[in-house]
Write a protein that binds this ligand. Structure first.
Ligand code: PLP
Length: 413
């Protein structure tokens, strides 16, 4: 496997050292093949809201397995999960399941382009929307720039169709739409950024995106692969009370199995084959095990609605960590919404990727290693959000905080 892994961040390149290999996981803890135990703040990059090996999800998967692992024909679990997604996500009337967040964003952008008959898309620097060619485009530097590919293999002719602006650049969005009113098919945004560290939107940013897209005939896509069912039961769109045209989902919707989805109004979604002419398909899409796992997780979340409790716990945790950093003499800023949180080692507020990238991370690698040695698994990059689950108790969080404080003290001394 290239780099020994199947997804780059797992190789610990940013923090150095040897990545651990997981032997098993339960609740908020991972145990590696050497028997070391870690409190997990990665949670499969946000997918696990109920912790590892939750009994309801495990039982649902085992039950589904006994009835066959894949059919290549429709089954009831797809309909049940679709109904639940439509019930929970305010702007979704119809949904299509795929196998990853990347597939969801690629398909949603194809739908936006097909529906509007326009080619340009607008994204924001620091927002990650999976590894589709159109999204691997370098950020602009303050003004909208024609995109340049971020990765060899992305054709320049395609990358130039991706326009970029800084996240939270309200004025930039207005100016761009004035200049390219009839060219932009869609705006795609992480409504709360998790892929440049944690960056929440400023008050008027998302509403301005809604206003401008509507005024200029473009579609607004909320990429809720990370925020969906994580910041609130109805995702960021419920939290901020803004209805996008299209929503992309992943992570939590699969309960730890590979699922993505995209959805929106009936008018838009009926453009997708076989109802309409825009093609998208998948051999394993709507897989019965994945549907069962997703259903079990979403039903449990609907029943318990743990978001305000998680929000309080996460906010307290981050607040206490920031206070510790200040005591140690390290400038830091951060925040939390629902079960998603993060911090940057610089004074705040941090509202753009450009600001996040100016944080002092010279010793982050040592801090990360110190946390691991003390039994705390943080994302192996300062540009990733952290996640908690309903399995993270107050005692677990207090233990983690003590260890992180000690690791920070050691890293900067
Ligand atoms: N969109 C967002 C906001 C993400 O955070 C991610 C993954 O981290 C993706 C899309 C891509 O999802 P996947 O890794 O399932 O392809």
């Amino acid at each position: 496997m290239p780099g020994g892994v199947n997804s780059p961040v797992r190789a610990f390149k940013r923090v150095g050292g040897e990545p651990f290999f997981v032997e098993h996981a339960s609740g908020c803890r991972l145990t590696d093949v050497d028997g070391n135990e870690y409190i997990d703040f990665v949670m499969s990059w946000g997918a696990l809201m109920l912790g590892h090996a939750h009994p309801a999800i495990t039982a649902a998967i085992i039950d589904a397995t006994g009835r066959g692992t894949s059919y290549g024909a429709p089954c009831a679990a797809e309909v049940e999960l679709a109904e639940l997604v439509v019930e929970l996500m305010p702007s979704i009337e119809m949904v299509r399941f795929v196998n990853s967040g990347t597939e969801a964003t690629m398909s949603a952008v194809r739908l936006a382009r097909g529906f509007t008959r326009r080619d340009f898309i607008l994204k924001f620097s620091g927002c990650y929307h999976g590894h589709g060619d159109s999204f691997l485009v370098q950020a602009g530097s303050g003004v909208a720039t024609l995109g340049l590919p971020d990765s060899p293999g992305v054709p320049a002719d395609l990358a130039r169709l991706t326009l970029t602006l800084p996240f939270n650049d309200v004025e930039g969005v207005r100016q761009l739409f004035d200049a390219r009113s009839d060219q932009i098919a869609c705006v795609i945004v992480e409504p709360v950024v998790g892929n440049a560290g944690f960056i929440p939107p400023v008050a008027e940013f998302l509403t301005e995106l809604r206003t401008q897209t509507r005024a200029h005939g473009a579609l607004l896509i909320f990429d809720e692969v990370m925020t969906g069912f994580r910041v609130a039961l109805g995702g960021a769109q419920a939290h901020y009370d803004i209805a996008p045209d299209l929503t992309t989902l992943g992570k939590v919707i699969g309960g730890g199995l590979p699922v993505g989805a995209y959805g929106g109004s009936r008018t838009l979604m009926e453009q997708i084959a076989p109802a309409g002419p825009i093609y998208q398909a998948g051999t394993l899409s709507g897989n019965p095990l994945a549907m069962a796992a997703g259903l079990a997780q979403l039903r449990a979340l609907q029943q318990s609605n743990p978001y305000s409790e998680l929000d309080g716990r996460a906010a307290r945790f981050i607040g206490d960590f920031l206070a510790s950093a200040e005591e140690i003499g390290v400038p830091a800023w951060g925040g939390a919404i629902g079960g998603m949180m993060g911090f940057h080692f610089r004074s705040g507020p941090v509202i753009t990727y450009e600001q996040a990238s100016q944080a002092d991370n010279a010793w982050f690698a040592q801090f990360h290693r110190g946390c691991l040695e003390r039994g705390v698994f943080l994302p192996a990059s300062p540009y990733e959000a952290m996640f908690i689950s309903t399995a993270h108790t107050q005692t677990d969080l207090e233990f983690a905080l003590t260890q992180m404080r000690a690791a920070l003290q050691e890293a900067v001394s």
